[in-house]
Design a protein around this ligand. Sequence first.
Ligand SMILES: [Fe+2]
Length: 300
Amino acid sequence: MSSISNLGYVVIGSRKIAEWRDFAVDILGLQVGRHDPGKLLALRMDDMQQRIVIEDGDEEDLRAAGWMFKTEHGLQAYVQRLREGGIEVQECSLEEAANRRVEKLYRCQDPNGYALEFYCGGYVAPSNQPFKSALLRGPGFRTGDLGIGHVLVRANDYAQSIDFYQNHLGLRLSDIIRGEVRPGYVAEAAFFHTAGGRHHSLATAAVNIPKVLGHLMVELYSLDDVGMAYDRCRVAGLHFARELGHHPNDQMTSFYVETPSGFSMEYGWGGLVVEDDNWTVKTYSQFSDWGHARPGQAAR
Ligand SMILES: [Fe+2]
């Protein structure tokens, strides 16, 4: 059965493209691939031409998640299965695919209010234009088969979302966390992985947050790069949604900083890779085993 390889890109709709450029380049250490001021900012994390795309729009939120397939055959078999399952999937034009810097592109609507895009044949940057960041000291962002990171999306209907992600998209449940996120407030999130093996490429929770996208996570090869980015955020006076901490399920050491669009960026190191043949689904009772305090609150 063909399945998604990894989360290959995300598209954000925002009116704050100039702010995003400063944040992405000067704080996160991403590289500008393309910049059409006021219209589009395509950011690089590795040798691909684009990984995080900011498009002009008033959402200040997730517009699309791009799911990568290794082959066109796999992509088409997957799309056929989605359609057989009653999902309306549209084939995008060559122009739309080229704008996403991919060879072949399909799109459908996610029940939580953003687009799911399925693609193969992502464009690689010319070899004389390797990924370069003036800020990162280690080997850069951990991508490759693991994809760009993960998204946590707000579920309109938690049970229905879990059903959709597992039984239609074919994402595989990694684990569940049911724990107190604020005194007296217990939240539950479900974490899903793809064939690429990153502990989760998508998580969903029935949380009361103003946006579909709770956070986008990118991972670094070097813990020092996470620490140095933390310092850059502090010096710039940015708002931390959560201080440094460690998650018990994906083992990520990370902090969360507010992006120009208002959702959070999780910047992390040390994430777990799932091997399906040797994996046990568990339920955790806490979101963090140390740290991840909200500003002004004790860690929990
Ligand atoms: Fe996360």
